[in-house]
Write a protein that binds this ligand. Structure first.
Ligand SMILES: [Zn+2]
Length: 257
């Protein structure tokens, strides 16, 4: 059981959501650490856009989204255009997700998703606000966190159980190959292939089982006429990066996370 402690900085705050924000940010700043290098975090200057923490040693930045209900498959985010620009420009921060229970003052889940797991197809546009709204025409978005493969969900606390810091650092290291892999489109294909592999719920799998996802991928990439070749290319890359193992032609094995 991981407890959160309230602190004096919530004094005078009357809104529940404001209070929760101050408390959860305070918790992550103290409990969290940079998953890339292990150094401690500091809170970003107030009013930093989409940035809540900075690593004290390296260049990593982090945003926190916390909620009192299950993290689920979508997280409500701010303006669609600004998130899209950040993702395309690779200036997106890493994303902390936290599930807490304010009544018991405990943390159920805390995980980080590395910034390079965000691709445009993870961003879902919401309907523009109606003409009668205060910000008429404003378009928000959701982040489809449910589509982030397990590889990109690095837990510090999982179902109330604390994960050892060395495991957090090791799991982060296992993702860094994506950071350097080509352009955003290339990363998109890799992440989709990883999702297909994870959906096959067994350790050993075949090329045919991966090809079974073709109709779905064809829909997402209508202009690509050679999905199978694209998939084989991703599998080869994932094998070179030690994410999967090649057993014999057409047969692969997932490596333990
Ligand atoms: Zn760092």
């Amino acid at each position: 059981m991981v407890s959160i402690t309230s602190n004096s900085s919530t004094f005078g705050l009357t809104s529940g959501s404001q209070k929760a924000r101050v408390i959860t940010e305070g918790f992550v700043a103290g409990y969290g650490f940079c998953p890339a290098c292990g150094a401690s975090l500091k809170q970003a200057p107030a009013n930093s856009k989409a940035l809540d923490f900075l690593c004290r040693a390296c260049d990593e930045g982090f945003e926190l989204k916390s909620k009192s209900s299950k993290i689920g498959s979508k997280i409500v985010n701010g303006a669609h255009d600004s998130l899209m620009n950040r993702v395309m420009g690779l200036h997106n921060p890493n994303l902390y997700l936290m599930q807490y229970n304010m009544r018991e003052m405990t943390v159920q889940n805390l995980l980080v998703i590395p910034r390079y797991f965000f691709t445009p197809n993870l961003i879902e546009k919401r309907k523009a606000l109606s003409a009668t709204a205060r910000r008429a025409g404003w378009v928000g978005c959701n982040i489809l966190v449910g589509q982030v493969p397990q590889l990109g969900r690095i837990h510090y606390i999982k179902d109330e159980i604390e994960i050892k810091p060395e495991v957090v650092l090791k799991e982060w290291q296992a993702t860094t190959f994506l950071q350097n892999s080509a352009n955003i489109e290339g990363r998109g294909w890799l992440l989709e292939t990883l999702n297909c592999i994870e959906k096959i719920q067994k350790d050993n799998f075949t090329l045919d089982e991966i090809y079974a996802f073709k109709p779905y991928l064809q829909q997402a990439h209508p202009n690509n006429n050679n999905i199978e070749a694209k998939l084989r290319q991703q599998l080869q890359f994932l094998r070179d990066k030690d994410v999967i193992e090649f057993l014999r032609p057409g047969h692969y094995r997932k490596k333990a996370k």
